[in-house]
Design a protein around this ligand. Structure first.
Ligand SMILES: NC(=O)c1ccc[n+]([C@@H]2O[C@H](COP(=O)([O-])OP(=O)(O)OC[C@H]3O[C@@H](n4cnc5c(N)ncnc54)[C@H](O)[C@@H]3O)[C@@H](O)[C@H]2O)c1
Length: 320
């Protein structure tokens, strides 16, 4: 008994103190933003990171969740931005595509977001990610949620794959996920607030695609799943939940990236026959799973994969 660690009894006011701290840290950071935006914009330009010319803010800013979405300008990330906007969250759209990020932020305001920032940012650059989270902190307060959607899928058999391509896929998908999580968690810890992180994994993190040539992409998705589990354990004690979504074949640009455009209709037909639900997903279908994880509705869920794949992973590959 003498060697056992002492168990600290929970202070009855611990939750109240945490909530008050969260409220005042947000109010303080919003006050700081009013005086320092100009300086931050010029600092950002010098690093190549661009803050949207007019960050869009509706007049009625009150205390709401702030959700950060990397790759939020397109596909599943964009659908998450739209769903979170519709429920009144603040949004930060991080994407390397400046114009699309700007449109996603504008659209978020129209759909009900209190405030939406578009931040042009390459997720593989720690300098840019760190600056982006500094702006988010100053303009929107501590982030409650992060969805790491930004990814590329460059295919090829391993013996033919240029090392540069391998590195590009790893730097965007795996390093980009690590960097976004790192800086989101830093802010959550700085404010001592709980939070929810959702990483984008894939069926390719669990099984090899029969079509082949997906080594680099699959390696990043397996790595993201492993990273997610470790972060879930490391940060559970701080109330920071970390999960992964596993979208199946979803109608986005990335889905058809390695397919010649003339082959897409035929491939869509073949895939639809093989997917138990008989069709590909629309981006908002996995996005709904992500939005649920990025809310208090999923308050007891951490360290898990939410599979939204139409039954792909449940099905044995042999046909008899
Ligand atoms: N679409 C699918 O079938 C499918 C299936 C399983 C998993 N996923 C995963 O879901 C996530 C979203 O995929 P999607 O299909 O919506 O992709 P998408 O191509 O439609 O969108 C990806 C977004 O990421 C951005 N991006 C790419 N590289 C970036 C970088 N270095 N820095 C910042 N932004 C960058 C792109 O500009 C784009 O806006 C990805 O992680 C993907 O691996 C997709």
């Amino acid at each position: 008994m003498a060697n056992q660690p002492a168990i600290r009894p929970k202070c009855p006011f611990e939750d109240l103190f945490r909530r008050l701290k969260q409220r005042y840290s947000r109010a303080a950071s919003q006050a700081v933003w009013k005086g320092t935006l100009g300086k931050q914009e010029s600092e950002l330009r010098s690093t190549g990171l661009v803050l949207g010319a007019a960050s869009r803010m509706s007049p009625n800013v009150k205390e709401v969740r702030t959700i950060v979405v990397t790759g939020g300008a397109d596909g599943i990330g964009r659908a998450v931005v739209q769903l979170c906007a519709a429920r009144g969250d603040n949004l930060a759209v991080l994407d390397k595509n400046v114009e699309a990020a700007k449109m996603a932020a504008e659209d978020a305001i129209k759909r009900g977001a209190k405030c939406a920032l578009d931040l042009c940012c390459d997720v593989s650059s720690e300098e840019q990610i760190e600056k982006a989270f500094e702006i988010i902190w100053n303009k929107l307060g501590v982030p409650y949620g992060l969805f790491t959607s930004a990814a590329v899928d460059l295919g090829g058999l391993v013996h033919e794959l240029p090392a540069a391509t391998w590195h590009q896929v790893l730097e965007t998908n795996l390093n980009g996920t690590f960097l976004a999580c790192k800086h989101a968690i830093r802010k959550m810890r700085q404010a001592a607030t709980p939070g929810s992180i959702v990483c984008a994994s894939s069926p390719t993190g669990f099984v090899a695609l029969a079509a082949g040539g997906a080594g680099a992409y699959s390696a990043t998705k397996g790595g993201i799943s492993a990273l997610m589990r470790c972060m879930a354990i490391d940060y559970a004690r701080y109330g920071i939940r970390v999960n992964a979504v596993v979208p199946g074949a979803t109608e986005t640009r990335l889905m058809w990236n390695n397919v010649p455009s003339e082959d897409i209709p035929r491939m869509r037909g073949v895939l639809s026959k093989e997917i138990p639900l008989g069709r590909l997903a629309q981006p908002e279908e996995p996005a709904r799973a992500v939005a649920w994880l990025l809310s208090e509705e999923s308050s007891y869920v951490t360290g898990t994969h939410l599979v939204c794949d139409g039954g792909i992973l449940a099905k044995a590959s042999i046909s008899v």
